[in-house]
Design a protein around this ligand. Sequence first.
Ligand SMILES: Cc1cc2nc3c(=O)[nH]c(=O)nc-3n(C[C@H](O)[C@H](O)[C@H](O)COP(=O)(O)O)c2cc1C
Length: 209
Amino acid sequence: MSSPKVLIAFYSRKGSTEALANAIAEGARTEGAEVRIRRAREFVGHDIMSKANGWVDSAAAMNRRYEEPTEADAEWADAIILGSPTRFGAVAAELKAYIDTLGGIWFQGKLNGKVGSVFGSSSSRHGGNESTLLSLYNPLAHLGLIIVPLGYADPALFKAGTPYGATHVSAGDTLKPDADHLEVARFQGRRVTSVAKALWGAHVIGAPS
Ligand SMILES: Cc1cc2nc3c(=O)[nH]c(=O)nc-3n(C[C@H](O)[C@H](O)[C@H](O)COP(=O)(O)O)c2cc1C
């Protein structure tokens, strides 16, 4: 039996969502997953990016670390985990733009029955983490993924994160995810991988044979 394949596709500008992505990858690998971590790309020009302090440099640095997610990555994966910073209570346009490239394989039914899960970061405590994660559930449902939430299935969830997915509150980008938030993210990676493994060989009605 080969390893379950997990795609973690995220957008991040200041590094919080990136840190959660890496902790999720760590958790997935402990369950035996082969992991691809990909960063969605900006589609605005240098003129816009240069107006926000540090954006050009942080994007260039992260883009050196992570390839851009592709349609082929989504087709390759048994599980797709999407991460986004909150943008006015919803998903970042950069990640949404990646999701919107999946129309072709969606139409061919190739994503049906894969596992899906989400995570993210906001600046303030009630600034929209949960609404962002829930807004990401919508495309997961349309793509035909089997959504895996976290519930309170691990003691880590009583200290950090949300039942919908791992989160972080960055307080104006002054804080990076602490041990409790990273623990939730690792749990997410383990849990999603375990569900992908459990579905191996099972016939999910509607999934490609
Ligand atoms: C255009 C824009 C909109 C944002 N909207 C929100 C928001 O609605 N609520 C919030 O708490 N933070 C908001 N933020 C802040 C980011 O979500 C927050 O800094 C997050 O931790 C960044 O994650 P990253 O380090 O992965 O880039 C916004 C940031 C930008 C640039």
